[in-house]
Design a protein around this ligand. Structure first.
Ligand SMILES: CC(C)(COP(=O)(O)OP(=O)(O)OC[C@H]1O[C@@H](n2cnc3c(N)ncnc32)[C@H](O)[C@@H]1OP(=O)(O)O)[C@@H](O)C(=O)NCCC(=O)NCCS
Length: 169
């Protein structure tokens, strides 16, 4: 059966996450990964790095970014299973790249399991290019692919980290 794509009513609002979003973020995490990040890890990301959530109006997706000097890293992006293939993942990846640009990063790196077809296709669709493979990175036989996207015009992209306003089409 052909999957039904969400319509315009599926538009989401993206905003910076706070500790009050932890329950919802953990719900996303647990729906996506069996041995994923702990609540403490997410709390640390929210406190120390940049975590954004997509809301519709409840939290339906999350992205985590970090930056050191001019290099940003996309650490995680998760979309709730019933909201996938509606453009939300792409919206959050683009948000992450815009956040990196507004923080003077000139490139964004990420690593992804070579077996994660959906994530690989998403990152390619967002302009990330494969750099190299880390063999057995996650576990024996589970390689990581490192991908990179340049961020042209880094400092010229305005983005208020407290109140972001990207929306899915
Ligand atoms: C990977 C993930 C975030 C994608 O989110 P999404 O909202 O479904 O992605 P989008 O709808 O924005 O897709 C954008 C593009 O990515 C590609 N894509 C996304 N999911 C795909 C899939 N399952 N198969 C093939 N291509 C896919 C397509 O090119 C798509 O564009 P199109 O729909 O116009 O064809 C989602 O599947 C997910 O949460 N997976 C579990 C968590 C995870 O593995 N995260 C990545 C590692 S941290």
């Amino acid at each position: 059966m052909t999957p039904v794509r969400p319509g315009p009513e599926s538009a989401v609002r993206v905003r910076t996450a706070t500790s009050e979003d932890l329950d919802a973020v953990m719900a996303c995490e647990e729906q996506a990964f069996t041995h994923g990040w702990s609540r403490a890890s997410w709390a640390e990301e929210i406190a120390d790095h940049h975590v954004a959530v997509a809301c519709a109006p409840e939290v339906v997706a999350v992205v985590a970014m970090s930056r050191v000097l001019d290099t940003a890293e996309l650490l995680r992006v998760i979309v709730a299973p019933d909201r996938r293939r509606g453009g939300v993942g792409r919206t959050l990846v683009e948000h992450g790249v815009a956040w990196a640009a507004s923080h003077q990063a000139t490139e964004v790196f990420l690593e992804v399991s070579a077996d994660n077809e959906a994530a690989l296709r998403l990152y390619e669709a967002c302009g990330f290019v494969h750099q190299y493979r880390r063999r057995d990175y996650y576990s024996p036989g589970d390689d990581a692919l490192v991908m990179r996207r340049a961020v042209p015009g880094a400092s010229s992209v305005p983005l208020n980290p407290e109140e972001d306003t990207c929306q899915t089409p």
